[in-house]
Design a protein around this ligand. Sequence first.
Ligand code: CTP
Ligand code: MG
Length: 227
Amino acid sequence: PKCWAVVPAAGVGKRMQADRPKQYLPLAGKTVIEHTLSRLLASGAFQKVAVAISVEDPYWPELEISKHPDVITAPGGKERADSVLSALKALQGKACEDDWVLVHDAARPCLTASDIQLQIDTLQNDAVGGILALSSHDTLKHVDGDTITATIDRKHVWRALTPQMFKYGMLRDALQQTEGNPAVTDEASALEIMGYQPKIVEGRPENIKITRPEDLALAQFYMEQQA
Ligand code: CTP
Ligand code: MG
């Protein structure tokens, strides 16, 4: 089966409190989304990269990479899951039901080719697929209001990153059937609701999601280390 990439990039970046969506902020010489897309394209792993872009986004058409022959643009949706489903639909007729799709946040520019390769190598013979994830170094507390009710066994708790790698047809169906469900905050949760059991592949802590202003400086630091 072939591999396709889907990049949700239609968020407004509210927590970033910047003058534009965070995927268009400058980072090490280009915008965040240009780093993300060029890394996906340079990996050589994907037939095409389908990017979900907000319909009134004035920044995207200004970027050279929006015209790249292997980049397909799809209209973004209300929630991240809607944007992902829209990008999947743009691959209809190109991707086969059984092909793999790796969904990766535009806001995670520090992804490396080895992250992608490890994930594909680990999951390519799996029936469902799975996600990059990180263990937690901190002790984790279950809390009710401001009171600790339990200490959670760390070995059972992982932090979900992207890429999230699933079968094209299975992921599309799962997102379609869970449309509007607020519990669907990533691809794996949609598959879980459908009764599947996605796998985890251990990722790297450098694969951060740019969320708050200080994350840009951290991403810059990681990129300097990678260079
Ligand atoms: N995203 C999207 N469509 C949406 C919401 C989010 O494509 N309706 C994308 C974002 O552009 C981002 C990724 O999903 O690349 C992860 O979402 P998040 O980090 O929450 O980004 P924002 O929603 O833009 O940020 P915030 O939640 O702070 O507003
Ligand atoms: Mg958001």
